[in-house]
Design a protein around this ligand. Sequence first.
Ligand code: RB5
Length: 143
Amino acid sequence: MTKNIFISCDHGGFYLKEQIVDYLLKKSFKIIDLGTKDPSSVDYPDYSNVLVDKIKNNLDSMGILLCGTGIGMSISANRHPHIRAALCTDEDMARLSRQHNDANVLVIGGRTTSLNSAKKIIDAFLSTEFEKGRHTKRLKKIS
Ligand code: RB5
């Protein structure tokens, strides 16, 4: 509950992002909306880069990125060594991305994910801790 959650999207994720911001505000999370602020066309790397920079200065914070499929945002965000971005299509993936991969950014496809499914994915992601142990060794091999 105390962590900052940054959220950012392109036009493909805009409508779902707006609904997710409402959902998390109602749950009393500290959510910082980095845009985009309307559905006009933008370039997704610009919006992943903004979020990646915020997390670099707040390493215990988490992020949520959305584009049409989530794929472009995943590719873009994972270029940065401090980011472990997980594109999740269901709550099991979201839970495992935290338990095994210590994912710090959740990526959701705005055109491929219903609001109901996104809520379950987000709840699982934000309520699950990293298991450490054998997974720490594996993450060190990535970095
Ligand atoms: C935008 O049309 C779309 O390409 C973008 O949202 C995303 O899906 C890219 O991976």
